[in-house]
Each structure stands twice: as C-alpha cells, then as structure tokens.
Ligand binder design. Structure first.
Ligand code: SF4
Length: 370
C-alpha cells in the first residue's frame, strides 16, 4: 500500500456543504479538461460527482475512450488507476485522490512471487501454461501475463477469456482470485479435481509434483477480503427467513456460496439483473454494501438487501472521500498534480497487451454458475 500524506488541516474544517460547493466549483473551473470516474463501490458522497460510473471493465473502457480530457480523477483503487494510466492516451494524467486506496486482493500477488511460481510450474506442468490475471492485480502482474502469452479478465468476461486461454494452451495459471477462477472453470464444466490452489508462500506452491502434472487450473491462493465474508450459512439463513428472496452473488464469493445462490453476476450484471427484475422482486445480494444500498434506494418497488448480516465494506475504496477528492481537484485548479499514478513504459507496454486481449473478449456473457 502506498503512503498517503495527511491532508492539510483546512479540509477537516470544511462543512459537508462547503465540501460539496468547493468540489462543484473545481469541476466547473476545470470543465472539459477533467473527467471523474467512480467505481460502483464508492460512497454516494463521492459518486454524486462522477461523470461516469462503472465496474472495473466499464471504467477501463471509458478511460481508454478519453481523448479530450487532460486529467482523469479515478475514484476507485490503485490497480484501477494504473489500468487507466495504461489505457489512456499519452498526456492524460490519472490521479488517485487517496494513495492508500489499494486492494487487498491485488496485494496478494507480488511480481517476485509470480516469477518464482512460473519457473516452478512451467518446469513441472508437462504442457503449455497460459497465465490469466483478474484485472484486480498490479500493473507488473498484468505485464507478466502480457509478456508470457496471457491476458487479463474481469468478472464479466472471465469465461470468454478462459475459453480463449484454453485454445492457446492446455493449462491455466489464474491469479490473484482463486474464487473467480474456480467458479468460472466449474461453470465451464471442469471438475474441482482439475483445479489446485497454488500457495505462493510455500515451496512449489505447497503442491506435490504429480498434482502439478495432473491439474488443468492452477488457482493462486488469493481472495477478496470483502466477498470472502459471505458464507453458505448466510444463504441458508435467508432461505429460512423468507424463501421469496432470490440470492445473487458476485463470483469473487467462495464456491460454497455460489452453489447456494440462484444466480451469479459481475458488478454490472448484478445492477442489470436487479434493474430489469419485476416490481415486488426480492433480492439478497452478496457483494459490497455501498452497491447493495444504492440498489435498494434506486429500486424502492423491490426489496434489496445484503446476503450477510455483517457489513461487507471495501474499506480501501472507502478511503476516497469528499475531502481527498477536493484536495486533488484544488491542486489541479492551482496547476499542480498530486497523487498522479504513473506506470513505467516497459510495464505499460506489456500490460496493455494483456488488457487489449481482455477488451477484445469484453462482450457480456451469461453468469458463471446459475
Ligand atoms: S472489493 Fe475486494 S477486490 Fe474489490 S477493491 Fe475491494 S478488496 Fe479489492
């Protein structure tokens, strides 16, 4: 996680109305030079200022389309801002309002660990391995995949990307999220026996040589600390309380949770499914709480609640608040760029290859395991 210096004290003194007013004035001052992107997991306080909202895939595509803007202020987490820097034209500056807004899942795969894993797996696999990384990973991991014939994927197109990968080689190393890898491969018809978990903290991933030879999918031992909180018991509890609920979960949830769900969807898929459902529908949703609460507010003719009783909140995303947004914008108005996210050209070049392969498989797909 990067270090975010404390903001000047004046930002703590502004009232909520002053913060709103000042952000609006900065936006007006910067006009077409500025685009603010907001991830769906952001708080409404921040989302209200976003020119575009979306999940990782949609925001990557929107970032790539920014030709006129000088500044893209990314209200998301660090890996998303890196992707935006890679995909935007040279000269577009990408700013992350709080540098400590990282992603625990992305932090679970370090490039040195991947290089070591790759050497061991390629040596022992006995056939071609294609590395696929979820976009929730560092630019260095993406670049590794681009350099070694692999690609990125999102929760929305993981199936298409895995199908492509298996047309390029016999085996897949999927990182950093073991759950998205397992849920997608299982929905494609592969058995759990064909998947092994590679633990980067253990010698040879903690796997015996014959398991490495036999397995088709090497799933990195990583997860989302938010979606990991949902349990199969949560689903049982909802059914016990009221079996009128349909349970819909994000594929970052564990396999056991996905098996109990009525349907599975990426972030955009969840939004679409709730929006298009009939009035009176009841949804228990396994994803980040800000999105669940927003859906509940926007669809008052339906019942929308979290699948879990505990608050499943992305705490790093939550670090981006109005104060940090304002501080970034006021610096831009004053002609200074703070918290610019810059990916070095070599990393950027190979990461772009992996991202381009992902975007070429970006069309919507059915949910992985309904
Ligand atoms: S919800 Fe999970 S995967 Fe998404 S940014 Fe937060 S920690 Fe990372």
């Amino acid at each position: 996680m990067l270090f975010q210096p404390p903001l000047p004290a004046k930002y703590d003194d502004y009232s909520r109305d002053e913060l709103v007013d000042r952000i609006r004035r900065c936006k007006a001052d910067l006009g077409g030079r500025l685009v603010i992107l907001g991830h769906h997991y952001q708080d409404d306080d921040v989302i209200q200022f976003a020119d575009f909202t979306g999940d990782s895939l949609k925001l990557s595509q929107i970032a790539a389309e920014q030709r006129q803007a000088e500044f893209v202020v990314f209200c998301g987490v660090h890996f998303m801002a890196e992707s935006a820097d890679i995909l935007t034209a040279n000269g577009v500056k990408v700013v992350l309002p709080d540098l400590s807004a990282g992603c625990s899942m992305a932090d679970m795969a370090e490039i040195e660990q991947l290089e070591e894993a790759w050497d061991a797996l390629v040596d022992m696999a006995g056939s071609t391995v294609i590395p696929i990384t979820y976009v929730n990973s560092t630019a260095a991991i993406k670049a590794f995949c681009g350099r070694h014939g692999g690609a990125c994927c999102t929760s929305g197109n993981a199936k298409r990307v895995l199908e492509w990968a298996l047309s390029q080689g016999e085996k897949v190393l999927f990182l950093p999220d073991q759950h998205l890898g397992r849920n997608t491969a299982y929905a494609m018809g592969y058995s759990l026996d064909e998947m092994v978990v590679y633990d980067p903290k253990r010698r040879d991933g903690g796997l015996a040589a014959d398991r490495i030879r036999e397995a088709r999918f090497y799933l990195w031992n990583g997860h989302c600390s938010v979606h990991q909180l949902f349990t199969p018991e949560d689903a049982d509890e909802i059914r016990r309380l009221d079996d009128g609920y349909s349970i819909m979960v994000h594929p970052e949830c564990s396999w056991g949770v996905v098996q109990k769900a009525d349907c599975v969807g990426s972030t955009e898929g969840i939004i679409k499914t709730v929006s298009e459902s009939a009035p009176g529908s009841k949804w228990a949703i396994g994803t980040e709480i800000h999105l669940v609460n927003r859906l509940a507010n926007e669809h008052r003719d339906k019942v929308v609640r979290s699948l879990a009783r505990v608050q499943c909140l992305c705490t790093t995303m939550y670090r981006i608040d109005m104060k940090h947004l304002l501080c970034s914008l006021e610096a831009l108005v004053a002609g200074r760029i703070v918290n610019q996210i810059l990916v070095d050209p070599e990393t950027s070049r190979y990461a772009q290859i992996a991202l381009d392969r992902m975007l070429s498989h970006a069309a919507p797909q059915p949910a992985p395991a309904d």
